[in-house]
Write a protein that binds this ligand. Sequence first.
Ligand SMILES: [Zn+2]
Length: 72
Amino acid sequence: MIVWGDLTLARLLQYAVLAVAAYILLKIFKRLFFKKKTNLQNTVYFVCRHCGWEGQVSKFGTHCPKCNQPMR
Ligand SMILES: [Zn+2]
């Protein structure tokens, strides 16, 4: 009974370690995914001085989406 109890405790500890490891891995993956996603959705607020269009455009965009004039 005691041996069985010890085995269960060891098992539980193993599961606990696995759970913590899985949680940490999940957090890392989530962070990586989130970082990638924010990079893809990296937009800036832009007001066009040519046509007055305003809105969110890609940070890497160089032209106004409405009149196609250079942003800078
Ligand atoms: Zn424009």
